[in-house]
Write a protein of this length. Structure first.
Length: 134
């Protein structure tokens, strides 16, 4: 089973290392000690905890929509031209870039600092392992 350093786990969840340590100290995530005393978070337990956190998060008003891939974040940049707008959103450690009509960006009053949900709809999603297989 994979194990992650506290810092890695924090990055995966989009929180500070201190927050991850507090959750570990409170027993909210299972932590094991390595041979040098370094703490590692159990991968399966981290996945369970991430799902619990996502379900308990405030995503704003309930929407009637089929999309399940929703990431709350903050708008970091909006580039407008005559027809389209490029909107950059930072959601935890993830940067999302969306191209929408300029009219939509104006109607939503999108600008840096605005809270927004990134909604992803795709017919094909790939999965890759970082670091290869062990």
């Amino acid at each position: 089973m994979p194990e992650y350093r506290i810092g890695q786990a924090a990055e995966l969840l989009g929180v500070s290392t201190d927050t991850m340590r507090r959750w570990a100290d409170a027993g909210q995530v299972k932590v094991v000690r390595g041979s040098g005393g370094r703490r590692f978070v159990d991968g399966a337990d981290l996945a369970r905890f991430a799902l619990e956190q996502a379900k308990g998060g405030e995503l704003g008003p309930v929407r009637a929509q089929s999309a399940r891939n929703r990431f709350p974040g903050i708008v970091t940049q909006v580039l407008r031209d005559k027809v389209v707008a490029q909107v950059d959103v930072q959601a935890g450690p993830h940067r999302f870039v969306s191209l929408i009509t300029r009219e939509a960006a104006d109607e939503l009053a999108l600008q840096p600092g605005v809270l927004a949900d990134v909604v992803i709809k795709a017919t094909s999603v790939g999965v890759e392992l970082t670091g290869g297989r062990e």
